[in-house]
Design a protein around this ligand. Structure first.
Ligand code: DOR
Length: 438
């Protein structure tokens, strides 16, 4: 990333600071000195306007939030750099307000060895900007046959384990992975899909797929894996997280498991919270994603689960693919959509509709995902390194996918209404992104 000029002092005047982890929602001044938050308080920076070397931003009407934590992004490096690489992925993350990002292991080679894990971390470290945390594979080559050396991968810097894109279908491998996860105090993140039931699927199985004559992916292919895994969690007490939950069944299973005290968590992606299979006409593969867009009832359940904390995290499942790949017919096009750059402007609509509170949404983007991967959550607290997102909630505009920083623009939200814009992202104490009006 091009180094951005971070001033010695950054003064944000009269900003609405929201940090649910501290019960904070107040209009304050914030002073950042040499990359650290040093002062937060009402009028705390009055008189500092003339400080030599200070940059003063009149932030009245803007929101200051802890920097976001993404637990589900695909940066494609090594192996598929034409779709995205660590540099473009981090730029896109900063533009979305993310200070910390987890990169999924379905690269080529897969991130199943300490050398790939270390490569990712070193590459990101050299670039600066948001901090990258690799999620390593559960099984070698993501083949579902032999477990990786999870202890060595954790020692190299992996923060969680997943075969994302592929389900760990063997119950024995999953049991052993959860045992190892328990000993290492990390989470296994499951892509819950019974591949035997989805072999030819291109979308959700329901009225729409039947009308279009397109092979479908039944809900039960997700629910049955989650139900089985929860029994393995009960036996092993290993931490378990459901990636991109998409069905009512998953929400209800996770809710019950939590009530029983199992160490379980889940995430939902904006597209599963905002779109249904009714958007699909069979000609536009930008709507193809795994798990697929489901029905209104599933969306309702996911929203309720997010609001009541059953689903702790919002994760974008940022999955870049080239324009050529996404122009292929549905049957041939790869599943996935980009999303890391406009998550909050999409999700704010749910706050405006009263589906969930702003505090819950901010928690789902910050403290909850940080807990999953065991890192200190970005916070609006004096003394911490500045990992922050300055957000302007006012602008209303249509998403122009050509303005994205990602190498890929595959999103069905192109042209759809957004609310608000990330103005600035501070990551690891430095300005990683600033909106330049374009
Ligand atoms: O839609 C998806 N795309 N789902 C996944 O699980 C993998 C991802 C990808 O890597 O493109």
């Amino acid at each position: 990333m091009e180094p951005k000029k971070s001033p010695a002092w950054l003064v944000l005047r009269q900003v609405r600071a929201v940090d649910p982890s501290r019960g904070l929602d107040d209009t304050v001044d914030v002073l950042i000195e040499a990359g650290r938050v040093v002062r937060i308080g009402r009028n705390a920076c009055a008189g500092l306007e003339s400080l030599a070397g200070a940059r003063v931003i009149d932030a009245a009407g803007k929101w200051l939030l802890p920097g976001f934590v993404e637990v589900h992004a695909h940066f494609r490096e090594p192996g598929f750099e034409y779709k995205e690489d660590i540099e473009s992925g981090l730029k896109a993350s900063a533009a979305g307000g993310y200070a910390h990002v987890c990169a999924m292991p379905n690269t080529r080679p897969a991130n199943d060895s300490p050398s790939v894990t270390r490569h990712m971390i070193e590459r990101a470290h050299a670039l600066g900007g948001p901090r990258l945390y690799p999620i390593a594979a559960v099984t070698q080559g993501l083949k579902g046959e032999v477990l990786t050396d999870m202890a060595a991968l954790k020692a190299a810097g992996a923060v969680a384990f997943s075969d994302d894109g592929r389900c760990v279908t063997s119950s024995e491998l999953m049991r052993r992975a959860l045992q190892a996860a328990c000993a290492l105090d990390v989470a296994v993140i499951q892509h819950a899909e019974d591949h035997a039931a989805t072999a030819t699927a291109q979308m959700h199985e329901g009225d729409v797929s039947r009308r279009l004559g397109i092979p479908g992916w039944p809900r039960q292919a997700e629910d049955s894996i989650v139900a089985r895994d929860l029994e393995l969690v009960r036996a092993t007490r290993g931490r378990y997280h459901v990636a991109h939950a998409s069905t009512r069944g998953t929400v209800e299973l996770v809710r019950r498991a939590k009530q029983q005290g199992l160490p379980v968590s889940a995430e939902a992606a904006p597209h599963h919270l905002l779109l249904t299979d009714a958007s699909i006409d069979g000609t536009d593969a930008r709507y193809k994603v795994n798990p697929p867009l489901r029905e209104e009832d599933d969306v309702q359940a996911l929203r309720e689960g997010l609001a009541d904390g059953t689903i702790e995290c919002v994760a974008t499942d940022h999955a870049p693919h080239s324009a050529e790949e996404k122009l292929l017919p549905m049957a041939k096009a790869p599943p996935g959509m980009v999303g890391i750059e406009f998550c909050l402007p999409l999700m704010i609509g749910l706050v405006e509709e009263g589906v969930l509170s702003l505090a819950r949404l901010v928690d789902a983007l910050t403290a909850a995902p940080a807990r999953l991967i065991g890192i200190e959550a970005p916070a609006l607290r004096e003394g911490v390194t500045a990992n922050l997102c300055l957000f302007d909630p006012a602008p209303r505009y249509a998403l122009d996918e050509r303005s994205l920083h990602s190498k890929s623009t595959n999103t069905p939200f192109a042209g759809r209404p957004l609310t608000g814009r990330v103005q600035m992202c501070l990551a690891q104490g430095a300005i990683a992104y600033e909106y330049d009006g374009k």
